[in-house]
Design a protein around this ligand. Structure first.
Ligand code: HEC
Ligand code: HEC
Ligand code: HEC
Ligand code: HEC
Ligand code: HEC
Length: 217
């Protein structure tokens, strides 16, 4: 009688310690605990599939008419508009999604219903932004700028890592280097560690700045 109770108590204590530990680590890093290596992902307010929008391949699903479906093959820069010119890649506002989804996609699709509600197309509380959760985030002390990287990789395709199921020409062909094959992801996950060593190695090999102040505020 006593032994099982003790065992259960022990398990409970370990579980509590685990939860507290995870909480501390989460708070400390300001990021969720990457349980399996560094791969991390989040459930988003709307299940936005990069596959459907960005891939050029056959998908493992059927379209509304029952026919096998291919991805739309939209260019990454069609939505991430500032990636070739600015620090941030940018995620489009819901009004941008609504240019298609005002009409495209089944009325009874629950994810699109959430989108149309946020865009103010259905419901009566007007438009409200979608609070997408950030997947790839460096600590606040680190500076990262997309523009020079897209330029460098477009000009030096031999430095590009990985492949994409989507458009591979121009800027869109460079993203896999740091983000993996996003066009194949139903849910975006971080697949590259993007630790300091990786940044500095590439900078050293390509005459990019390696002084601390290049990347740190
Ligand atoms: C160029 C047009 C276009 C734009 C812009 C667009 N989509 Fe789509 N989207 C589509 C098409 C086409 C489908 C497939 C509809 C179907 O299943 O019949 C789709 C499907 C979806 C689905 C349903 C996926 C599923 O598995 O059923 C969601 C959710 C979605 N889009 C969200 C978004 C969001 C969020 C944005 C803005 C960031 C966006 N879309 C922008 C064309 C677009
Ligand atoms: C139809 C618009 C659309 C297209 C096309 C698109 N994206 Fe996205 N992307 C989004 C939206 C909306 C989000 C935020 C929701 C999410 O994380 O899924 C996002 C998120 C991301 C993220 C995660 C950002 C973070 O929080 O760290 C990456 C990386 C990304 N996209 C890369 C790409 C790449 C690479 C391509 C081309 C292969 C691409 N996207 C094409 C709309 C798009
Ligand atoms: C050299 C590595 C690298 C390349 C190449 C790269 N990214 Fe990123 N990306 C990052 C890093 C690092 C972050 C996080 C930045 C931060 O937290 O300040 C990020 C963040 C993002 C985000 C979320 C935040 C934002 O900037 O809006 C999106 C979306 C994104 N990248 C899309 C893309 C797309 C699309 C491409 C290709 C055109 C691309 N990235 C190419 C490293 C890269
Ligand atoms: C694939 C190689 C590569 C990777 C990986 C890479 N960089 Fe770079 N980065 C470069 C090159 C090359 C330049 C210089 C481009 C130019 O302007 O000619 C650069 C420029 C920069 C600049 C602008 C510096 C300035 O003052 O002009 C910053 C900031 C930066 N990188 C930060 C980062 C961070 C942070 C990471 C890691 C998350 C990273 N980079 C990963 C190749 C890379
Ligand atoms: C090419 C970009 C780059 C350069 C150059 C660079 N760092 Fe970093 N550093 C990063 C990135 C990205 C991180 C966050 C990821 C990680 O923890 O590895 C980081 C993290 C750190 C951290 C951990 C604390 C934190 O902010 O999370 C310290 C300390 C640090 N760097 C010190 C330095 C010093 C000192 C130098 C100069 C000798 C330097 N770094 C140069 C990119 C860089």
């Amino acid at each position: 009688m006593l032994i099982p109770v003790l065992a259960l108590g022990g398990l409970g204590a370990i579980a509590v310690m685990g939860v507290v530990g995870a909480f501390i680590i989460t708070g400390w890093l300001g990021q969720p605990v990457p349980v399996l290596g560094f791969e991390q992902t989040f459930n988003q307010p709307i299940d936005f599939p990069h596959t459907v929008h960005a891939s050029l391949n056959q998908l493992d699903r059927v379209a509304a008419d029952g026919q096998p479906m291919e991805g739309l093959g939209l260019n990454c820069t069609y939505c991430h508009r500032t990636v070739t010119t600015q620090a941030n890649a940018g995620v489009p506002p819901v009004s941008f999604c609504a240019t298609c989804h005002g009409v495209i996609g089944a009325e009874d699709n629950p994810q699109l219903a959430k989108l149309r509600d946020a865009a103010g197309i259905v419901g009566d509380d007007g438009a409200s932004p979608i609070n997408w959760k950030r997947v790839t985030r460096l600590p606040d002390s680190v500076r990262f700028v997309h523009e020079p990287h897209i330029r460098f990789l477009t000009q030096n395709p031999s430095q590009i890592k990985g492949v994409t199921d989507g458009v591979a020409q121009g800027a869109a062909g460079t993203c896999s280097t740091c983000h993996g094959n996003v066009a194949s992801m139903k849910q975006v996950e971080q697949v590259e560690p993007l630790k300091m060593g990786q940044c500095v190695d590439c900078h050293r090999d390509n005459n990019a700045p390696t002084t601390c102040s290049a990347c740190h505020y």
